[in-house]
Design a protein around this ligand. Sequence first.
Ligand code: HEC
Length: 171
Amino acid sequence: MNLVRKEPNTTNIIMKKRILYILLAIAVVAQFFQPDRSVPMVVPANDMLVMTQAPEEIHTLVQGACYDCHSYQSTYPWYASITPVNYWLQDHINEGREKMNFSRWNEPTAQEHAHECGEELEKGAMPPSNYAFIHGHAQLTPEQRTQLAGWFDVNMPAKREKGGSDHREEH
Ligand code: HEC
């Protein structure tokens, strides 16, 4: 009697264990898949902070708050290597670099959105708040935020009019 009643339970547990092992195996194998993090050689002379001769204080603030996503000098925390976090992060970084790249400041396309830096900072849109929450080095005090926004406003190239025309586009 007892045996008969217990049997379905045991098969159930075995099944659940099997599924768990399969999921674990998938998770382990997934770790061998990593996104491409290679970057072109970084040329210091083309770096935004070098080209603008930014003061040391600004170096620290911008590198801490913006460089992980808007330059080729990204630093990766350990969990950035875990699949699928790594793919999600790399996508975000690539998107950030595409919008604006402080490592290619010699190229006009890298600075098309630079005139928005001060505004993004003041709005609190950049650095993204979830990122700053995790990365202490990206957290800015209100004073640092104002200081950085002011520096960007003075030192970033003005909005370029596309094709030399006078037309303005809203963003
Ligand atoms: C965690 C990654 C990350 C960090 C850190 C970061 N950005 Fe961004 N940034 C992005 C991404 C992704 C985009 C493109 C998508 C968007 O506009 O939200 C972007 C877009 C921008 C844009 C273009 C805005 C627009 O909508 O056209 C500006 C300007 C900008 N960032 C400035 C900064 C500045 C200044 C800092 C540092 C104070 C910074 N970002 C830090 C990821 C980041």
